[in-house]
Design a protein around this ligand. Sequence first.
Ligand SMILES: Nc1nc2c(ncn2[C@@H]2O[C@H](COP(=O)(O)OP(=O)(O)OP(=O)(O)O)[C@@H](O)[C@H]2O)c(=O)[nH]1
Ligand SMILES: [Mg+2]
Length: 366
Amino acid sequence: MSTLRFIMVGGFLGAGKTTTLARLARHYMDQGKRVGLVTNDQAQDLVDTHSLRQQGFPVEEVAGACFCCKFNDLMDKVSALETNERPDILLAEPVGSCTDLVATVVQPLKDLYGDRFSVAPYTVLFKPSHGLKILRNEGGGFSPKAAYIFNKQLEEADAVIINRLDELTPAQSDELYRLVTDKLPGVPVVRLSARTGAGFDGLTELLDQQGNFGRKILDIDYDIYAEGEAELGWLNSSARVKASTPFSMDQFLLDVVDGIKQSLAGTGAEVAHLKAIGLWEGFFGVANLVSSQTAPELSLASGYDVQEADVIVNARVAMDPEDLKTHVHKVLSDQCTKRNAALHDQQTQSFRPGRPTPTHRYAAAK
Ligand SMILES: Nc1nc2c(ncn2[C@@H]2O[C@H](COP(=O)(O)OP(=O)(O)OP(=O)(O)O)[C@@H](O)[C@H]2O)c(=O)[nH]1
Ligand SMILES: [Mg+2]
């Protein structure tokens, strides 16, 4: 029986995991291979799942908690993909605030289902906007407990991928490379732009390596980890927007993300990732904001004017989730008013992520 190649790409919220997985999926499909993707979120209505499906990839979603706490769901979704898509390669994106994935996902996968899978090196994407401050110990941005999660994610990686190379000057890229290699001696570090594809060969060569990967079991304090995750307000909101005259879906998404950024500006709450997707009649657009200090952007444009659209907002911000909900609802409502539009069937979940309780945890690597 042939084995399924299991590629999981971790990394902090907004590091570029979904963008990287989409590029990897396209790369393997161009080679004639079949792929299946599994996304993961603490709640329903994940922007990434819609975005990847709209890009034409077979996607299953594990919702409600991270892969580590929903290990059996992950295996069920993988089985569904195997039945329906017969993939050669499985691409998995864990929740961006999650760590300890080697002990709780990779090790059980290898131990309990080793004959079904061949596990690729566990790669973790490095997010420069927050990572530079954290590795320089500069403070600002996130709390020490959130920085703890960021650091733990790096520590369990077989390889670290510094992303957003297109935005870094050579000096910034070299400084990041030095900071990461000093922190993790002997760990391969690749520099990549998931957006432009620069450095992509370095990632695919790394992922093609054969060996016994996913063996770095963390020494981790689950109290700090749980408190770090619980500092985040987590919000997923969906609604149908209906207007009397056509409006630009892309501008609406950008204005919503920018509006939330502006609305939060006075609160001092750090944005980990804001994303909004608009969907209508097969067209879709996505807007993002990856930190409070950067500019919102349209990462995938629909180029479409609509009178109706299904809009989903995902917000991960270090603040009280009820306050976050108030900000997001107000911005959505204001942007609709500007367009003589109304929101219908709005559904919102907002909460602090609960303490992670993994299905399995291996204290030593097999
Ligand atoms: N300039 C630039 N932008 C990038 C790059 N990679 C990703 N992005 C952008 O960064 C934002 C976040 O990317 P995602 O791929 O959604 O990040 P993620 O890690 O999946 O985020 P979560 O799922 O929320 O944790 C999007 O606006 C992307 O277009 C890159 O290499 N360069
Ligand atoms: Mg993602």
